[in-house]
Design a protein around this ligand. Sequence first.
Ligand code: ATP
Ligand code: MG
Length: 524
Amino acid sequence: MTDTRDGLRHALNQGFDALEEARESFEARMPVREVGRVISVSTGIARVSGLPNVGYEELLVFPGGIFGIAFNLDEQEIGVVLLGEYRHLQAGDEVQRTGRVMDVPVGETMIGRVVDPLGRPLDEGHPPQASRRMPIERTAPAIMDRAAVSVPLQTGLKVIDALIPIGRGQRELILGDRQTGKTSIAIDTILNQRGKDVFCVYCAIGQRTASVAKAVATLQAHGAMEYTTVVVTEGNQAPGLAYIAPYAATTIAEHLMTDGQDVLIVYDDLTQHARAYRELSLLLRRPPGREAFPGDIFYIHSRLLERATHLRSEEGGGSLTALPIIETEAQDISAYIPTNLISITDGQIFLSPSLFELGMLPAVDVGKSVSRVGGKAQRKALREVAGDLKLAYAQFEELESFARFGARLDEETRRVIEHGRRIRACLKQPEAQPVPLAEQIVLMVALSEQLFDEIPLAKMPEAEGRVRSIVADLDEPLRDSLAAGTSLSEAQRASIIETARGALQPFLGEKDEDAGDDQSESRL
Ligand code: ATP
Ligand code: MG
């Protein structure tokens, strides 16, 4: 009896196994395709039903080849963020799963290209022929894989390199009201990377088409596209594209970093990114918090900026420096998004609209700007003089407000103010004219030695140019050490001061005709 039962069970099991095998081989030949249906479409969002197995952030395909990301996973329906022109979509349209997450093409082919966040070309060229694609969201490098910031990222802007130095692998926020020169600082920094083995990624999020075109034209005109990738979403496109743009751009940059390269990435700007995410979250009916931003707004920015780092040499030694840009309103840096980003980054460059109006360009407010790690990476020759200059400048700013009331000043105060004015004049710089390291050092040494103090303010630009040009007159070993930024010996320093003093001789003794009626100076 038991024998018959065992025999029967055995035969049954064999039958089941054969059935299972047949099912598996059938599925292997004809994979099961899950197809859902669009329930409704609103600004940049679609609700879809009939995809019970879809994963979080899985890529979905809509009619017309439009991609979407599965964002809200509810039991009955899913909320999908659309990545492209969605106006032709209708209720009832078919939606397919892809089984993968959003990715972008990466590698050398992306250099020199202008692409959208999906990696599609926006310039005249062919689609990038990348051998690899990588997901746009990746975990940041682990703590143990990171090294301290030790190499400077020269911006070519005197005020930043001398007083608020940035290191490779640092995250430095640029913030300021609208039209204060935020983009210009970032673009100038990219221009200065020419010949310095730093790849750059400029990510424009929700900017006006004209500003993006201007930025790309500037990069092209200065030969900077040879080492730069531009990732663009415009203000009138689907908010989903603005949301994924910085992640996609970071993946392109990160791939170069893991290859051992130094990379610089600019996010212009994260205010637009936060707004796009707020728009999506509200449409997806996520609960709004402070300033109607969703609760995870801090997290979306911190997980983005954590990907910037300096890898230790065992990991290739590459670095990713991030310059996120934030637009403030009426200089309010205590608004939600600015405070978040100030706390995530390693320092900030604050641009002041009042300095901008007075033509003190770049309009960096030195008192409100800080770089928390860059000082360690700053070139020694600059660091040696930067401390003195910062102190002199801070004293000047404090005394300047007294001087404004026409108070009678003693000789010492007057000297501090005159010195401060010369420092400010020397830190002015036009757009797209980066100053090489050697010239910066010579200038700062001359400034800290107070060589400019007797020169009329009106003559400062000319005098500055003359001092910068003395680099060519210095002997070769000194020129080499200036280019490398190594610590200056007493003799070297003396030689620079001597030559600079000679160059400034013709400017001395001239009367400061503009003194007193220099509008900008007296108003400040
Ligand atoms: P938005 O808020 O519109 O993005 P922004 O803060 O990025 O503006 P920019 O577009 O960089 O500001 O600059 C505003 C204007 O100031 C531009 O016309 C630019 O040419 C000019 N500008 C910026 N920096 C300088 C400079 N150092 N010297 C002269 N002009 C400058
Ligand atoms: Mg801008």
